[in-house]
Design a protein around this ligand. Structure first.
Ligand SMILES: Cc1cc2nc3c(=O)[nH]c(=O)nc-3n(C[C@H](O)[C@H](O)[C@H](O)COP(=O)(O)OP(=O)(O)OC[C@H]3O[C@@H](n4cnc5c(N)ncnc54)[C@H](O)[C@@H]3O)c2cc1C
Length: 371
């Protein structure tokens, strides 16, 4: 399978026609997610042994980036699904892995909590044993695809072991899960990032993902590389989307009385050049991060910490430039630039936030422990 060729058909059928409505109505992109499932793209990173495409982080990043050029809300849904799949491929039951591979199951990460906020590595929600079951209670603050996904990769305090956390597979239809409010955000408006309250949610003790108390290890060893790379891919795609729209606008728009286009203005061209450099630097770092992870290079952790912050902050600058060079026209919804400008804001505050990453990177390069 060539994932980008498969995606090209979905782009014209659902992704492009629905992107503006997804944002305007804050509507979950169900049509595109179904199409991604039917064409094998939701099972992209599932093992071939369970019916998946058996591809990896590099191809996942290409898919997320390409979707983000058109609809970052959809790209973030897919990003979270691939991150959850990476965990489930290691620890999940075969039935769920097969369902994901066959495009019939959407998953996501339910880590962030109201009480520990962006410090996702420190859940305060609890898990307690009750016979052969476990009972979960939590106030999750943000879950992409909340009540749209089929399952959540869920963090809690450990059941009995020492450690910061334990991970669970929670069926999205479990009794006791409720939505305290709907999501009406500035950007990524279509990705259903609502809070979820869990009150006496009963799951089988066997729904644990990995060992009790070892959730932190999975968060750092599996989720962090996948999420950092795919979040960065979302930002690089978003930058390409903003740049191509801005370049299209300044090339076509004319000052008739001067017989020149906006692109004839050196100031406009210089701004676009700076944006191009930012986007290319982020893409180069993203490619190098994927290479570092693939080769198990010594600088892998540093790259993983750098790539999300670099791409998220670059996307803020690039979309700001796209707004500037297109002038008042960029304020109009139909240009699609203000949507990408708003969508770009999310990545820098999604955990680990850029400021937390700066602290981690600073600790790493000065030889201090991260935690
Ligand atoms: C659109 C969207 C989708 C999301 N989807 C998911 C999801 O699917 N699953 C999930 O688990 N979470 C998700 N999140 C939550 C996200 O990962 C963060 O937890 C959340 O955005 C943090 O917001 P907060 O207000 O709780 O941050 P706070 O923790 O209150 O942070 C406020 C500010 O303080 C800064 N700060 C905090 N700690 C430090 C520190 N140690 N050093 C320096 N600065 C610091 C932060 O950088 C930030 O600028 C999503 C968030 C958004 C916006």
């Amino acid at each position: 399978m060539n994932p980008l060729e498969v995606l090209a058909g979905i782009e014209t059928q659902t992704l492009q026609p629905l992107a503006q409505r997804t944002d305007a109505e804050g509507r979950f992109p169900r049509e595109t997610i179904s199409a991604l499932g039917e064409t094998g793209l939701l099972g992209l990173v599932s093992a071939a042994s369970v019916g998946g495409q058996g591809l990896g982080l590099k191809e996942a990043a290409q898919v997320v980036s390409r979707i983000a050029q058109t609809c970052p809300s959809t790209a973030m849904v897919v990003c979270m699904h691939y991150c959850a799949t990476a965990v489930l491929e290691q620890f999940g039951p075969e039935s769920v892995r097969r369902a994901i591979a066959n495009g019939k199951h959407l998953s996501t990460l339910a880590f962030s909590e109201a009480d520990s906020r962006s410090h996702f590595w420190a859940p305060t929600g609890t898990a307690r044993a009750d016979g052969s079951n476990v009972v979960l209670d939590a106030r999750k603050s943000w879950v992409t695809s909340a009540f749209e996904a089929d399952s959540y990769v869920w963090s809690s305090k450990p059941l009995a072991a020492e450690g910061a956390s334990t991970l669970w597979l929670v069926d999205a239809k479990s009794d006791g899960l409720s939505q305290p409010g709907r999501f009406d955000g500035l950007g990524l408006r279509g990705n259903a990032s609502t809070p979820i309250t869990a009150k006496d949610v009963r799951i089988a003790a066997g729904a644990r993902l990995g060992e009790d108390g070892k959730g932190f290890d999975t968060m750092m060893g599996v989720v962090l590389p996948w999420f950092s790379v795919l979040s960065a891919a979302c930002s690089t795609g978003l930058m390409e989307g903003a740049l191509s729209r801005a370049i299209g606008h300044v090339s076509q728009t004319r000052h008739l009385h001067l017989d020149s286009s906006l692109a004839d203005l050196p100031t406009v061209r210089a701004y676009l050049a700076k944006a191009r450099i930012k986007a290319d630097m982020a893409q180069a770092l993203l490619d190098d991060t994927v290479a570092a992870i693939g080769a198990g290079r010594a600088d892998t952790m540093l790259r993983v910490l750098e790539v999300k912050a670099a791409a998220a902050e670059s996307a803020l600058e690039v979309t700001d430039i796209a707004m500037r060079v297109c002038g008042g026209a960029a304020f109009r919804k139909e240009a699609g630039i203000e949507r990408l400008f708003r969508d770009a804001r999310a990545s820098s505050v999604m955990a680990p936030t850029s400021d937390v990453l700066y602290d981690f990177i600073g600790k790493a390069i000065t030889g201090l422990p991260l935690f």
